[in-house]
Design a protein around this ligand. Structure first.
Ligand code: ZN
Length: 132
């Protein structure tokens, strides 16, 4: 376990277990071939957003699919720009509080990031971002 900072909080993370978990998940493009998922996979998930940096340090692979209908990512793309995106992921660790909620603007996008425990040791993260 290690502590990784996100904004003003230090979050205890089991990145090794999280990385191992993601190894066994399907990649998004194996589960959906729509152009939104393609854009998310090939372009958007690689952008250097602070929450994406936190998640990848925590062992999360944003290009893997955790849901199945058809993917854990719902998004809308217009003129090759993502204007809306809703995604869920999870990692193993412990939050300093039962839940953490963040609302901020980064790269002209409105982010809402919500962390909450689904069990003692599992944390779900919901990320919602949009251009307005
Ligand atoms: Zn899709």
């Amino acid at each position: 376990m290690e502590t990784i900072r996100f904004k003003e909080f230090g979050i205890l993370v089991d990145s090794e277990r999280t990385r191992e978990f993601y190894k066994h998940q399907n990649n998004i493009l194996e589960d959906c071939s729509c152009s939104d998922c393609d854009y998310f996979y090939n372009t958007f998930s690689k952008l250097p957003f602070s929450v994406y940096k936190f998640l990848s340090l925590s062992g999360v692979d944003l290009q893997k699919n955790l849901a199945s209908e058809p993917t854990g990512v719902q998004c809308a793309v217009e003129n090759n720009n993502l204007i809306f995106c809703d995604q869920d992921c999870l990692f193993f660790g412990k939050l300093p509080k039962e839940e953490l909620e963040f609302t901020y603007i980064e790269s002209n996008l409105n982010f809402k990031v919500y962390f909450y425990h689904i069990s003692d040791y599992e944390i779900k993260v919901q990320i919602n971002l949009s251009t307005n």
